[in-house]
Design a binder for this molecule. Structure first.
Ligand code: FES
Length: 206
């Protein structure tokens, strides 16, 4: 995996279209509000072009220049949010939520399974084959189906150790990411035992 910082970065054609759209959402003089959108566009362009979705320093400088911001203000945003990768990550970015609801529902087992299947020793590391990077993240907002493992853009929910390991083994075997969502077939955030309320139609509207 090439982890060297590139020395130049320019937005490509599809990215430029997305940048123009993002900046146009804000009134004149407030274009700095588009900073998160532009960092995301830069990260996705890196993913498209190099196979590694991250935001190198030079891309942050391009974003700063485009939005008329001091570079340090862009660095502050990029390093605060875990959604921005300021270092190269593996093909599959394993973002394990270990906040209280996920922890109570077994996130320790998810972490252990990620380590076992990938060979990664700890958070912030990338596997030797460049397939996986494991990051510890705070609440992903999916607590109702905890524990949650985010892989790239997708959430895998209701996991346990065995199901996490099986999922990663499939990726190692070259299979594509399975459909996102509950791995036990839970419908959206309905109870595991299936729907228990609103089982009858209410009175007809007059
Ligand atoms: S605590 Fe894990 S998704 Fe909220």
């Amino acid at each position: 995996m090439n982890t060297a910082e590139p020395t130049d970065f320019i937005f490509d054609e599809p990215a430029e279209a997305a940048v123009a759209k993002a900046i146009a959402r804000y009134p004149a003089g407030k274009q700095a509000s588009a900073v998160m959108a532009l960092l995301d566009i830069a990260q996705r362009q890196m993913g498209r072009r190099t196979g590694i979705a991250w935001v190198p320093r030079i891309a942050m400088d391009v974003v700063a220049k485009r939005l008329g911001m001091a570079p340090v203000r862009v660095y502050e945003v990029a390093t605060f949010y875990t959604m921005f990768n300021t270092k190269p990550v593996g093909k599959y970015h394993l973002q394990v939520c270990t906040t209280t609801p996920c922890w109570l529902r077994g996130s320790d087992d998810v972490v252990a399974a990620c380590k076992k299947a990938s060979g990664i020793k700890d958070f912030g590391h990338t596997s030797e084959d460049g397939m996986f990077t494991m990051t510890e993240v705070e609440c992903l907002g999916g607590c109702v189906n905890a524990p949650i493992l985010q892989i790239n853009d997708d959430y895998y929910e209701d996991l346990d150790g065995a199901k996490t390991e099986a999922l990663l083994e499939k990726l190692k075997a070259g299979e594509p990411l399975p459909p996102a969502g509950s791995v036990i077939g839970r419908r959206a955030s309905a109870p595991v035992t299936n729907q228990t309320t609103l089982l009858q139609d209410g009175p007809a509207a007059e």
